[in-house]
Design a protein around this ligand. Sequence first.
Ligand code: SF4
Length: 221
Amino acid sequence: MAKNGAMAGDPLQPSLLGEAVAAGDAPGLEGLQRSCQDCRRCGLAAGRQQVVISRGDPAARLMVIGEGPGAQEDASGRPFVGRAGQLLDQMLASVGLDSERDAYVCNVVKCRPPDNRKPTAQEMAACAPWLAVQIAAVDPAIVLLTGATALEGVLGIKGGISRLRGQWHPWQGRWVMPVFHPSYLLRNPSREQGSPKWLTWQDLKEVQRRLELDQPPPPTL
Ligand code: SF4
């Protein structure tokens, strides 16, 4: 159990996620696995087939955070394995990154919202301690937030994904970049210059560039 109380008492608000991560003393990914399987902290537990925790490499320097499991993720127990996940893999591969080898992939909520609706603020808050454990254990240098829900769930910023995508946000000693969610890119398949897909490709190239640079944000930020 974390000293910061992340596993007990009232759920953390997403805006407090940074404090939970900074507090350290997380139970680790093995403990997370066990605890998440039994988690009933929010109503999403009622409709799930499986708790969807992660895929990829826990030692990776890049963490990809999405919204929540869809039908295929709920059935398989692995995040980002449907069409959107396949597109994410392809786009990462196009900049030389393998989603299983070079990234740790997870979601803001670990159980599937009914009809793939956006998770509520209460559900995100209930699940925030689990995400905090993941961030603390993986300790990524770079966090990629895919879509508006991940942006809200991690940085507490509502709206503005079109304005904020592609921008670096120093956060807890890491670089965080919001990008469009691959589901949005599936609905906007144009690759023309300036299109959402083209912009995301530029963003991922920038992510790859910063991974190579291997420089954390200045401590004053
Ligand atoms: S979504 Fe998160 S908080 Fe809600 S039941 Fe699933 S694991 Fe627990």
